[in-house]
Write a protein that binds this ligand. Sequence first.
Ligand code: IPM
Ligand code: MG
Length: 354
Amino acid sequence: MKICVLPGDGIGPEIVAEAVRVLNALDLPFELEEALLGGCAVDATGHPYPEATQKLALAADAILLGAVGGPQWDALPREQRPERGLLGIRKQLGLFANLRPAILYPELANASTLKPEVVSGLDILIVRELTGDIYFGQPRGIERRVVDGKNQRFGFNTMHYTESEIQRIGRVAFESARKRNKKLCSIDKMNVLETTQLWRDVMNELAPEYPDVELSHMLVDNAAMQLVKAPKQFDVMVTGNMFGDILSDEASMLTGSIGMLPSASLDENGKGMYEPCHGSAPDIAGQGVANPLATILSVAMMLRYTFSMEEAAQRIEGAVKKVLAQGFRTGDIYEPGTHKVGTKAMGDAVLAAL
Ligand code: IPM
Ligand code: MG
C-alpha cells in the first residue's frame, strides 16, 4: 500500500513530520514516498505540480498533504502559484468529494468565540464538491472589452454543474448522512443562480433513493447565518465547491481552532488525499509551534476511508482525545492552566498515548 507524502510549504513539513511518525508507529505495511507540491515545487522546478509528483500521486493509494502557499509566491503568474498545484492535483485525480468534519472537543469548548452552550457537542460534516463549479468553469479571465461604451478591464468566471456531477456528490452526502444522524441539508442559492436551481432539483430527485435520510434545503446566506446562530441544527451539509470553501472555514472556527480539523478528498473508488483544513501559516513556519493534530487526524481519516482500517483510525482519534484530556495544548488552543507544547512535543504526546 503506497502513500504519497506531500509536505508542501510553510508549516506543512513540520506538521507532516509528526503525522508520519504516528503513521509509522502503527506498524502497518505502508510504503511512503515524498514529493513536492506548491511553492517548494515552484522553487525547485518552476511548476507547482511537477511531473515527478504527478507520477507518484497517480500511482499511490492515498496522499498525505501538509499545506501549500505563502506570500513569496503570490505575485507569480496564476499558472505558477502554489494554489494552482492544489487545484491541479484535485482535478487530475478526480477527488470530487471533500469531507470536512467540524467537531468540538469538550476540552476545547472555551477556545471557541461562541458561547459554550451554542457549540458544546457540535459535530457537523460538510460535504463539499471539489472538482467543479466556478473554480474550474470556462470561460474565465480578465480582458479589455468595450462595456457601457467604455473600453475597460472586464473580469469573468463561469459557474456550472452537470446533472451527473451533482448526483455523484449527492450520493456521497446521502451515504454519509445514513452513517450518522440521517439528516442532510443541501445548500444553494436557487433564488438567484440557475446552476444551483439544478443542484436543488437533482438533490430532490435523489431523495427517494434514501427514504431513511431527511433532506432539507437552505440558501447559502441563511446557512452562513444559521451556522453562527444555531450550528447544532446541522448534521451533514452538502454544497458546491465555492460555497463549501466558505462555509467550511466558518464551520471550522465554531470549534475554536482550525488547527484541529482534518479533511478527506475522495475519488469514486476511495482513493483519497488527506490534509488539514488549515493553510500553510507562513507567520509561524519554522518555529516548531504549529498544531500537528489536524494532520494527525487526517491520517486517521486516511485509514478509515481509503484503507478501511476503522480500528487503527479510532486508535489515533482516541490518542488525540487523550492528549487533550491530559492538558497538552499548542499555542492556538492554549488557555491558562493547560500545558503549552510545541509541534514535536505534541507529536510525542500522541505517540505515547497510542
Ligand atoms: C481550501 C483552500 C483552497 C480552496 C485554496 C488554497 C485553493 O482554501 O482547500 O479550502 O479554495 O479550495
Ligand atoms: Mg478554503
